[in-house]
Design a protein around this ligand. Structure first.
Ligand SMILES: [Zn+2]
Length: 103
């Protein structure tokens, strides 16, 4: 998501520069307002992606990337450490089995 925003922003800014040069050299026209719009949009996307990546990094630090059971650091996107992940998976499997027995 962040990478997509950033690449679109860069693309828009590059397109704006190309457009500016092309319109002056080929068409001999000055399309400053259009170019400025494109540049602004690109810059806005870049800033948004930057803020998003910062927010994501912050929320990762705040909410953990640490196991809630033992406090060990865990891989990105994971909630539990390896040991406790196994435990949680086993327990949910047991729960499902019990539910199946009941009805
Ligand atoms: Zn753990």
């Amino acid at each position: 998501m962040v990478k997509l925003l950033r690449s679109i922003g860069l693309l828009a800014m590059a397109a704006a520069v190309v457009w500016m040069v092309a319109s002056e050299m080929i068409f001999h026209e000055n399309r400053v307002s259009q170019v400025r719009l494109l540049l602004g949009a690109g810059a806005l996307l870049l800033v948004t992606s930057l803020l998003l990546s910062m927010a994501l990094r912050l929320s990762n630090k705040v909410t953990g990337s640490r196991c809630p059971r033992c406090g060990k650091p865990v891989q990105q996107g994971h909630i539990y450490c390896q040991d406790h992940l196994k435990e949680v998976v086993n327990r949910s499997r047991d729960d499902q089995r019990q539910k199946g027995d009941l009805g």
